[in-house]
Design a protein. Structure first.
Length: 402
């Protein structure tokens, strides 16, 4: 795709800026989730679903997706401009994270025409919410050992088993399901298949999981002789591992094509700096402490480094030594940074950091404690921090397994 006309791009960016200025509602009268993994009430869900639909209808979500699938067919720079305006005006998160960032790009790349026509537009409009069925209760990060069974029966698969940490599972219309279709395979990775699975059919039930934060962003999903249409198979039967690994590349940011927007509130180092000015240490602003000031400078430098790395990923000439290095390590670096800076913010609040959201004694309505506790979800989802270290070591640095 050729570079966009600068005048057209500038006009689109100005329109997006004006639209988000006029339409963002950051305080609807109840607590908004910081990430898509903590949508725990119907009020939150309904508000965010309606918000995503409005952003898409205005032309600021999925701008780079083809017109025939609900997008606008524009250069990706247009979507980047819209997302920047969304961030500038502190817009609420996009709800349909699995659909917008993983399922949608996957369908655009390897889905059938029927899949694209059936699902993509409704992903953008939030008419269909998607969840992910990868992890299982007994197998943790050993994704290749998935035991949920799918047996072919005519035009359907009979599915039995369970999946855990299915974010938004109790609201979802569809799941991207990794299941075992050939239990006799000698290599555990060869017997898996990847199926686009409807959630609101007989035999599929969900149980919300109450998190440390008090809300129910995650669920466990159970399959009991559920008849899943076989036309949801992605790729060939037995090729599920390959499709799942491609999906994880989208989740980890190593492959592009996402619809735009953001699914977790961007980390704002300047807000932490403001907190350091407001909090007191010995009757003086915490920022007057040389150690606090030094740590704050390090965080500001680190967040700028992460942003420059994000920009560098898009320039092939700057990625010749280790082409996959930055994309594969970005998930690790970013999620750990968010955890550490929120932990630092809690230390600034002193004893008040023990109060949680809703307590009148909490600093900033408990924002920092809530942000810190929720940060752990991202260090686990998409592969734990420990798994990410292994991936970078083996696939970037070429270190041997073990």
């Amino acid at each position: 795709m050729t570079a966009p006309d600068p005048k057209d791009l500038a006009e689109y960016a100005a329109d997006a800026d004006a639209w988000f200025l006029a339409n963002v509602n950051s305080d609807p009268g109840f607590m908004l989730p910081l990430t898509f993994m903590e949508v725990g009430t119907d009020r939150q869900f309904d508000f965010l679903r309606e918000w995503q639909a409005r952003v898409h209808a205005a032309g600021y979500l999925g701008a780079a997706w083809p017109k025939e699938y609900g997008g606008r067919g524009l250069h990706p720079d247009f979507q980047a401009a819209a997302t920047a305006a969304m961030r500038k005006h502190n817009g609420p998160i996009m709800l349909n994270a699995i659909g917008l960032n993983w399922t949608g790009p996957l369908l655009l790349d390897i889905g059938t025409e029927d899949h694209k026509q059936r699902y993509l537009k409704r992903i953008l409009s939030a008419e269909d919410i998607w969840c992910q069925g990868f992890s299982e209760p007994e197998h943790g990060s050993d994704l290749g050992n998935a035991q949920t069974r799918a047996v072919r029966d005519g035009e359907a698969y009979i599915v039995n088993g369970s999946k855990i940490w299915t974010t938004l599972g109790h609201y979802a219309d569809y799941m991207i399901l990794l299941c075992r279709t050939d239990p006799a395979s000698t290599r555990k990775y060869d017997g898996l298949s990847f199926i686009l699975t409807p959630m609101k059919i007989p035999g599929v039930t969900t149980t919300p999981i109450r998190k440390l934060t008090g809300e129910h962003g995650f669920t466990q999903t159970f399959f009991a002789d559920a008849r899943v249409p076989a036309d949801g198979l992605m790729g060939k039967e037995g090729e599920g591992w390959k499709v799942a690994m491609r999906t994880l590349e989208y989740e980890r940011g190593a492959r592009g094509g996402q619809a735009g927007g953001y699914v977790q509130t961007p980390t704002n180092a300047w807000a932490v700096l403001d907190l350091a000015r407001r909090m007191q240490r010995g009757g003086k602003p915490a920022l007057d402490d040389p150690d606090i000031r030094s740590q704050m400078v390090d965080f500001i430098l680190e967040i700028q480094s992460l942003e420059l790395c994000r920009q560098r990923i898009a320039v092939p000439a700057l990625n010749t030594d280790h082409p996959a290095g930055l994309p594969l390590s970005s998930k690790l670096m970013t999620t750990e940074f968010v955890r550490r800076i929120n932990e630092f913010a809690i230390t600034l609040t002193g004893g008040q950091g023990a109060y949680y959201a809703g307590d009148p004694n909490a600093v900033d309505y408990g924002f920092w404690t809530r942000a810190y506790l929720n940060a752990f979800s991202a260090t686990i989802g998409g592969g734990t921090t420990q798994i990410q270290h292994n991936i970078v070591g083996e696939h970037v640095l070429g270190l041997p397994k073990g």
